[in-house]
Write a protein that binds this ligand. Structure first.
Ligand SMILES: NC(=O)C1=CN([C@@H]2O[C@H](COP(=O)(O)OP(=O)(O)OC[C@H]3O[C@@H](n4cnc5c(N)ncnc54)[C@H](O)[C@@H]3O)[C@@H](O)[C@H]2O)C=CC1
Ligand SMILES: O=C(O)[C@H]1O[C@H](OP(=O)(O)OP(=O)(O)OC[C@H]2O[C@@H](n3ccc(=O)[nH]c3=O)[C@H](O)[C@@H]2O)[C@H](O)[C@@H](O)[C@@H]1O
Length: 448
């Protein structure tokens, strides 16, 4: 999207409540698309950073768009819900819904708090649009809370518009989504949503108009499907390991079938992040509450397969080290849950690094973007400043997040710094033949 569209007359004014990964991206993109937007958060520091032009997380392209949006005067930030109520015609709820500690259920504290803070300031006909990922039934319950607390009463309506953006591609996914899902309870709410997404709809983006419960379910169904596809190929990797078959060739062959396709069929260390793991658990939990737990019981297996990949990666390192991790110098490449992100929420890479540290390994970690976050969360680990730096005198190098930087390291250059030429490729990111020809012991999950 190179051109900033001119503001169309009569566009609704938007607030975005919760300015984390999702909310900040949504607020910035909507302002760039021509809306007047107010970003709202309870975190004063985050609001101050955004207002000063700083994106508090790593997301390619977003800092440039924030600068543009602030310069246009269409984007402002506040911690005041009174200001939000006064300003907005359409309010997007983008607060977090993490996993509850000690349970698989989603923690809805933040969603409830946001609605309770906003509602008393809604004096006129207004639409509140949930974007956070929630257990089915939440929207109907929140409608009751909203209409009870809002002076506007039933003129304050709730809709659900689940979000499908991927971190690392957040701008493009927001500006050019594959589809928009509008969960609405009235024609008026639908009209407001059309107005709130006009420039995106003008691109021909397909819309699914549906009820609130279906809209909530689409989101968890989508993430469950993606998680299942990843665990499916990783389950095949387990079988390959048992018979000395090759998961890479198997996955490539499946991918050539149009009906299956290669997306989300990359075998390796498995999925992590702030969404897929917690979303499949919360969905399984919610289905059990609804008495249909059996229908999605396979999601427990999807989760277990995924966790086993982390354990298997540690086993591979142990095997390559001749049976003992304790005392070995281990270079870990990657900390983020995926490349092009600084997000370390449930990051498989750090899980593996911490396990090996716990087993007495002398672990050193490098990541191109997530080092600061990793250092803060896990100060017990040791960190280095580059891929080669952490590999100094290493007994084994373990690739855990497939950053392009790691692919670019030449086997001969790495051989100059390590003690032993051993590498575990946890993401099938490297060319096995090239590394073996350069004299390396190369191992990968699901490959002989
Ligand atoms: N991160 C992603 O790529 C995507 C996230 N989602 C969903 O979007 C939701 C938000 O996720 P993230 O942005 O990743 O979380 P996050 O943790 O980065 O951001 C949440 C924000 O909400 C703020 N907040 C908490 N309580 C608040 C309140 N009462 N009022 C106002 N602000 C409040 C927090 O201070 C924080 O800035 C979750 O439900 C997630 O599952 C959906 C699609 C993509
Ligand atoms: O609900 C959310 O927050 C988002 O969750 C995921 O997006 P995201 O978590 O940003 O990252 P993905 O690109 O989906 O990757 C998730 C994890 O799966 C892993 N993965 C992905 C693909 C694959 O083939 N194999 C694989 O192991 C990645 O390494 C990563 O750890 C979904 O892709 C988004 O559509 C959704 O909006």
């Amino acid at each position: 999207m190179n051109e900033t569209p001119r503001p169309a007359a009569g566009l609704p004014r938007l607030t975005v409540i919760g300015t984390g990964y999702l909310g900040a991206t949504h607020a910035i993109c909507m302002a760039v698309l021509g809306y007047d937007v107010l970003g709202v958060d309870v975190d004063e520091r985050k609001i101050a950073r955004l207002a000063s032009g700083e994106v508090p997380f790593f997301e390619p392209g977003l800092p440039e768009l924030l600068a543009k949006a602030l310069e246009s005067g269409r984007l402002r930030f506040t911690t005041s819900f009174a200001e939000a109520g006064e300003f907005g015609d359409v309010h997007f709820l983008c607060v977090g819904t993490p996993q509850q500690p000690g349970s698989d259920a989603a923690d809805l504290t933040y969603v409830d708090a946001a609605v309770r803070s906003l509602a008393p300031h809604l004096n006129r006909r207004t639409l509140v649009v949930g974007k956070s990922t929630v257990p089915v039934g939440t929207a109907t319950r929140l409608t009751g809370v909203l209409q009870e607390l809002a002076p506007a009463g039933t003129d304050a309506e709730l809709a659900w518009n689940p979000e499908f953006l991927r971190e690392g591609f957040a701008v493009d996914d927001t500006m050019r989504p594959d589809r928009l899902v509008f969960g609405v309870a009235s024609a008026w709410a639908e009209e407001q949503l059309y107005a709130a997404f006009q420039p995106i709809l003008d691109l021909g983006t397909p819309v699914v108009r549906t009820d609130l419960a279906t809209a909530e379910l689409v989101k968890v169904a989508a993430n469950s499907f993606l998680a299942t596809k990843i665990s499916y190929i990783n389950a095949m990797a387990e079988v390959c390991e048992a018979v000395g078959a090759d998961i890479k060739d198997l996955a490539d062959s499946l991918a050539l079938d149009d009906r299956i396709g290669g997306k989300f069929l990359k075998p390796g260390l498995g999925f992590g992040g702030g969404c897929l793991p917690k979303d499949i658990r919360a969905f399984a939990h919610r289905a059990e509450e609804l008495g249909v737990g059996q229908a999605v019981a396979f999601l427990r297996e999807v989760d277990d397969i995924n966790r086993r990949r982390r354990a298997r990666t540690v086993d591979l390192v142990r095997e390559l080290l001749g049976g003992k991790i304790s005392g070995a110098r281990i270079a870990c490449w990657g900390a983020a849950f995926k490349p092009n992100s600084d997000d370390i929420r449930d990051a498989p890479a750090l899980d593996v690094a911490r396990t090996m540290h716990g087993l007495g390994g002398r672990v050193r970690v490098y990541d191109p973007a997530a080092l600061d976050n990793a250092r803060r969360a896990f100060p017990e680990l040791r960190y280095g400043e580059s891929a080669l730096d952490v590999a100094e005198d290493a007994d084994v190098v373990v690739l855990l997040t497939e950053w392009a930087d790691f692919r670019e390291v030449a086997p001969d250059a790495l051989a100059m710094v390590v003690k032993h030429k051993r590498i575990v490729d946890g993401r099938h990111a490297l060319d096995a033949t090239q590394w073996r020809e350069a004299g390396w012991e190369y191992r990968a999950l699901g490959r002989a």
